[in-house]
Design a protein around this ligand. Structure first.
Ligand code: UD1
Length: 339
């Protein structure tokens, strides 16, 4: 089965390409390289033993997507990662986010609308905002979005639901990711932030290796066990495997329409716990300081994964120690072997 993986050279996309091949699928990668490096294709090839087909193109350009569909008419499914994802940037440049994230989605859906297609969409736990009940289930109320980025995820889910309601040929699963971290066990692929990392774990690894003098913990006065924010960190390889599980469910004759799943471990860790786990798992000290809260951060969120366990038949297997040690192996690799 041939699966189009948009954003397939990105952090989650590249790991998913590897897991698709492990599961016997044939991935076809699309990426505009706006937030990824073309050499990741070679890195993927080193893991899976061959270079998958790759199309460099901007999915928000309708003509490019039509050309793509002409070349890749025989695909069986789409995993749609390609999107802009920096929360702060989306507040500064909302139109960039609405253009990129919506045009890409709609162009793809339109161009393949003639055939039955399985479609997996990358959504986010950001749709829950600060949930009242934890762990948060898929039926929790969607909160007003805190950023244009978050809004694109909410509206994209609605677009997909409306499409299914209209009687389209598509079958759709939206996966609401919690916080993806870690790297492949070979240390040949991992997270590749451009410029100063915005996310916690790449900031920790860059501090540990000496690229950054210190990391600031954004607040220690939250109502949590040690005062720092709580998130549900999920190993990117487990997350990648959830996409394979989603395709398998979509392929079943009795799956119809649209469904949504939380993809996390079901456990929360504070920022300070993550830093201390990194130190314990790697034996490397991290220079950190406590700073003010970051605007827009939710205090705590972790997912209820009962539905994904039961219906998707998927469960996270790798723990926070492995998340930290694999992220560290990748940081060391990339420092010694810049792409
Ligand atoms: C954020 C988005 C999420 C999005 C994801 C994509 C929000 C509320 N959530 O997740 O929707 O899918 O980015 O990248 O904006 N932290 C520090 N110091 C740092 C960096 C982070 O203390 O230098 C803390 C943050 O305050 C947070 C935790 O680490 O408590 C995780 O932060 P981060 O990795 O940025 O992810 P989220 O904010 O949870």
């Amino acid at each position: 089965m041939k699966i189009l993986v948009t954003g397939g050279l990105g952090f989650i996309g590249s790991h998913t390409v590897v897991e698709l091949v492990n599961a016997g699928y044939e991935p076809v990668i699309v990426d505009d390289l706006s937030n990824s490096d073309p050499k990741i294709l070679d890195q993927i090839a080193r893991i899976i033993g061959y270079k998958p087909v790759f199309h460099k193109l901007d999915l928000s350009n309708e003509n490019s997507v039509k050309e793509l569909a002409a070349k890749e008419a025989d695909i069986d499914g789409v995993i749609h990662f390609a999107a802009s994802k920096a929360v702060g940037e989306s507040v500064q440049q909302p139109l960039k986010y609405y253009r990129n994230n919506f045009y890409s989605l709609i162009n793809l859906l339109e161009v393949y609308s003639g055939k039955p297609l399985n479609f997996v969409f990358s959504s986010s736990c950001t749709v829950y905002g600060q949930p009242e009940i934890l762990p948060v289930t898929e039926t929790a109320p969607i909160q007003p979005a805190q950023s244009p980025y978050g809004n694109t995820k909410q509206i994209a889910e609605e677009i997909l639901q409306d499409l299914i309601t209209s009687g389209s040929n598509y079958k759709v699963i939206a996966l609401r990711y919690f916080n993806p971290v870690g790297a492949h066990e070979t240390a040949l692929i991992g997270e590749l932030p451009i410029g100063v990392p915005q996310n916690l774990v790449p900031f920790i690894t860059q501090t540990a290796i000496g690229k950054r003098p210190k990391i600031t913990v954004f607040g220690n006065d939250y109502n949590t066990p040690d005062g720092s924010c709580v998130r549900d960190y999920i190993h990117v390889v487990d997350l990648a495997k959830a996409h394979v599980a989603a395709l398998k469910l979509l392929e079943k004759d009795n799956f119809n329409g649209y469904d949504v799943f939380n993809i996390g471990t079901g456990k929360g860790n504070t920022v300070l716990e993550v830093i201390h786990t990194f130190e314990r798992a790697t034996g490397v000290k991290v220079n950190y300081e406590i700073g003010p809260r970051r605007e827009g951060d939710v205090e705590q969120v972790w997912g209820d994964v009962t539905k994904s366990t039961n219906k998707l038949g998927w469960k996270a297997e790798l723990g926070i120690d492995t998340m930290m040690s694999s992220a560290w192996e990748w940081e060391k690799y990339i420092s010694q072997n810049p792409l």
